[in-house]
Structure formats: structure tokens, C-alpha cells
Design a protein around this ligand. Sequence first.
Ligand code: ADP
Length: 295
Amino acid sequence: MRRRRTAIFFLVFGICLSALAIALNVGWILLNLREVVVLVLGIIFFAVIITGLILNTIFLLREIRRNEQQDAFLNAVTHELRTPIASIKLYLETLRSRAVDEKKQHEFYDTMLSDTDRLMHTVDQVLSASRIRTERKKPAAEEVSVNALVTEAVDIVRSRYNLSESVFRVAEAKEDVRVAGDAEELRTAFVNLLDNAVKYSGDDPKVAIRIRLSSLRSRVLVFIRDNGIGIAPHELRRIFKRFYRVSDGPGKKTKGSGLGLFLVRTIIKRHGGHVWAESKGTGRGATLRVQLPVI
Ligand code: ADP
């Protein structure tokens, strides 16, 4: 809130200074109409000052917005770390303080294991995002089968959310399409896309995945379509930015750090590909489309 007020203050301040500079500029022109050299010099100086002021204001606002996003990210990640730790602690305390029958014990262990998975996922996400940002090396050039990659990613997400077989429908490419790259990085990218498709799809997710070769057979296209909350047109590009999260409506709180799609975009770019989001709008599902060069 304080930061927003500061941002508004600097915005108004910047606009007022620019207006003042423009007024002085116009005054200067009127006063010096006859002295051409002074007039031209004055106009140039004022133009420089105005440009500087505008650039300064834009820079300041960007910095403030980035700071806000980093704060939101820290809050989200801390929450993502705290919730499973609190849950594991509770189960351990229960196990220590009273006799629990064997069946219940197994249930507790399963829940603790899935909490640990969630913790690992968050930590991995943060580590990968910071590593990949500074990574200069090209990714490894293993031969990776896209059909197999997508199947693995589906299995990981299915077991992460305990989903039934019917949630994912995969239409594989007829031939065994292969791309060159780092299998682990590519798996991370597809897991993130499928995870989002489920996470942003409410109680009855239906995710259709289609893999096909481009008409020139030089690229493979993977379409991941969900029936979820959809994405507003003005957010379609922004969602790939680091820390960017679309704010939830009142009463809704999806978990996340805003790193998932940033990782996806960075990984796919490193492999010479592209990723886009498409959606007919809020509430109308989304399609994430990945394109990669084939071997
Ligand atoms: P996170 O999921 O951790 O918030 P991401 O970088 O994975 O971060 O996604 C950024 C934002 O993009 C999300 O906050 C969400 O609003 C939006 N988004 C991503 N995938 C989908 C999807 N399949 N359907 C609707 N919105 C999505």
C-alpha cells in the first residue's frame, strides 16, 4: 500500500515536472522568438530535460513494480514452503503423542510423502529458475523422443494430483519425433505446462494434448488444451514473465510462485523453440502451444 502511494507520488511528480518543463519551453519560445540561436539551444535543452524526466519516471515505476512482484513472490514461496512443513510437523506430533493403528499410519506416511514432494517441487522450481537465468552453456544434445517425454510428464502430474486416467487425453504423433536437447530440462517444461493445465482447471480438469509434425516436417508442435479458467487477452504474453501471476478473484487462492511459465519459456528458447498461450478469454479454457525443431 505504502509502495503504491510512493509510486503514485512519483508518477504525479514526474507528470508535474514534465508539464512545468513544457510550460517553460513554450514561454522560452515566445520570449525569444527574435533571437534564433538562443531559441534553438533552449528548445534542445528543454527537449533533453523532458526526455530525461520521462525516462526517469518510467524507470522508477518499473523498479517499483518489480519490487512489488518480488515481494509477492517471496510471500508465495514462503507460503508454499510453510504449508507442507506445518502439515508434516502435525502428522509427526500425532504419531509421537498417541498410538495410531497401522492403516492410519500408512495414510499419514503417504500424506507426509506427498507434502515432501510438494516441498521438493517448490525448491527445485526456485533453484532451476535462478540457475537457468545465468546459464550460458547450450543444453545437452541428447536425442529425446517427444511422445515419450509427454507421456512421462503426464504420469508425473497424474500422480502428483492423484488424477484418474480420463483427465489427460494424449494424441501422439504418428512417427517417433525426436528433438535434440536436455531431457530433464524438457521434462521440467512439460510438467510445468501440464501442472498449470490441471491447477487452473477447477474440480473437473480435462486436458487434451496433441503432438504433430509441422507441414515441412522440420518442427514439432505440442498443443496442451485445458477446460479451465482461461486467460484474458492482455495477460497472454505477461504470464511468461518471471514472478508474474494473474491475480485471483476474491476468495480464490491458487498456489504458485510465478516461476513456472518463465522456466518453460527459458527452457524452450534454449532449445531453439517457441511457446505461446492462447485463450478465447476468461472462463473459456487455455491452450499452450510449444514448437521445437526436430532432429
Ligand atoms: P504460477 O502457476 O506459479 O502462478 P506460472 O508462471 O506457472 O506461475 O503461471 C503464471 C500465471 O499464468 C498464473 O498465475 C496463471 O494465472 C496463468 N496461467 C498459467 N497457465 C494457465 C492455464 N493453463 N490456464 C489459465 N491460466 C494460466
